[in-house]
Design a protein around this ligand. Sequence first.
Ligand code: MF3
Ligand code: CO
Length: 248
Amino acid sequence: MITIKTDAQIERMRDSGKITKETLDFIGSQIRAGMSTKELDSLAYDFIRSCGAEPSFLGYSGYPASICASIDDMVVHGIPSDNEIIREGQIVSIDVGVIYNGWQGDAARTFCIGEVSPLKKKLVEVTEQCFFKAIENLRDGSPIGDIGFSVQSHAESNGFSVVRALTGHGIGREMHEDPSVPNYGRRGTGIRLKKGMAIAIEPMINAGTFKVDFMSDGWGVRTKDRQPSAHYENTVVITDDGVEILTL
Ligand code: MF3
Ligand code: CO
């Protein structure tokens, strides 16, 4: 079921979105070579709690951490670990979700650690651009397929591929609500977005094949060819004449 948020509810989602964004900004200011992904997770946990919010990922279907930290060929859902040390030249996708006053925020960024290869740098830039292409003409009445079309066109015209096994999603009181928001598809297809719908748009873009492997920890998702992958996500709400980004 797709829920439409009232103005008062959107006001509350602005608060959770802001905390989500600030957590990512904080992580971005702290992340560096030599740290473990578990250290980043602890920083995120403390930051979210200091805002009076809760990390929505922690305990979600048994997920054991407050962030996902996905390095290089890890697409998403990398579980932070004491044994995983961040290195110069890597790209690290950090995904974080918070609950504040009962409302959810969900966002992700991919950080470059020091000097990264030209391919990785372009992949990170194009992935971010995919999100902005997706929202360019999005408004009340837009078919949801326009999102996937925009993301896929931009990724593939740059020689990259779009992960199909995972999608964006509606968001509100729950982290994952209807509708599913694919990053591939055809213009003009699918349900029409309405003013007051809140969705997480999250392109996951691979340098090589779109195919992925699921790790035996039950969470991690890697590219099948072990080439790098990037992730960029914001929570947005549909308005009469566009979208409002709640996590930027
Ligand atoms: N933010 C992810 C998403 O957009 C969810 C992470 S899964 C979790 O779907 F279990 F870690 F929460
Ligand atoms: Co999400």
